[in-house]
Design a protein around this ligand. Structure first.
Ligand SMILES: C[S@@+](CC[C@H](N)C(=O)[O-])C[C@H]1O[C@@H](n2cnc3c(N)ncnc32)[C@H](O)[C@@H]1O
Length: 225
């Protein structure tokens, strides 16, 4: 307990002086994390002739959504004709325009409601994963959990994304990082690894952004090789 005090005091101080925290309060976002998605979207649009992550009417699947900053951004970008299916282990307050599901993404039982939420085609235009496990401090165990979540998200993207679809996947530097980037490059025509300015320097998180999903056959071929 005594160990935690200095770091929680540091966190409070950092939180108070964080411009993204004030901006989130001003703009009505539930988390400062909303700006990471906005920055990723803006950077993608800047290098792709103005085409960012979202189009009006898109179906978006979001994994690890609580408290809901990314959900708010995605729901406003896809508009009334779009659909956002957001899930988390934790309960989440409703977000207009989004279907909220609670469950563990690694539990097969939540996959069915997730697929059903996407609508009659069961397909999505965008998959977002900001999932992060609770870190135990044991490096090997933590890295293992992080890469299981990232790999499962990528597998689900292959199952549900339409050709041409986009993905944003939170990753942490670790032994499987380069392999996940390599796999993503096989599946998407353009892949970038980014650290958006809103991501704290001390956080080891990075985001893998893939656009132009090549379709399921590329993945099946990879497993046949
Ligand atoms: C960094 S937070 C997401 C913040 C969110 N993007 C936002 O804008 O508010 C990571 C989330 O991943 C969730 N998570 C971790 N493991 C998960 C799992 N196995 N299934 C579902 N959600 C999970 C956590 O509960 C946590 O809410």
């Amino acid at each position: 307990m005594t160990n935690r005090r200095p770091s929680s005091a540091r966190w409070l101080e950092e939180h108070r002086n964080d411009p993204y925290v004030s901006a989130a309060r001003r703009d009505g976002y539930r988390s400062r994390a909303a700006y990471k998605l906005i920055e990723i979207d803006t950077a993608l649009a800047a290098r792709s002739q103005g085409r960012g992550l979202f189009r009006p009417g898109d179906v978006v699947v979001e994994l690890g959504a609580a408290p809901g900053g990314w959900t708010q951004v995605a729901a406003s970008r896809v508009g009334d004709h779009g659909r956002v299916v957001a899930m988390d282990l934790l309960p989440m307050d409703p977000v207009p325009g989004a279907l909220i599901l609670q469950g563990d993404f690694l539990d097969e039982a939540v996959l069915e409601p997730l697929r059903a939420g996407m609508g009659p085609t069961g397909q999505a235009d965008v998959l977002l994963s900001d999932m992060a496990p609770n870190m135990t401090g044991f490096k090997v165990a933590d890295q293992g959990r992080v890469s299981v979540l990232a790999q499962a998200s990528l597998d689900f993207a292959v199952e549900v994304l339409r050709p041409g679809g986009r993905i944003v996947l939170k990753l942490f530097q670790g032994p499987d990082f380069h392999e996940l980037v390599r796999l993503t490059r096989m599946l998407f025509s353009s892949v970038k690894v980014e650290k958006p300015p809103a991501s704290r320097d001390r956080s080891a998180e990075l985001y893998l952004i893939g656009s132009g999903f090549k379709g399921r056959s590329e993945h099946l071929q990879k497993h046949d090789d």
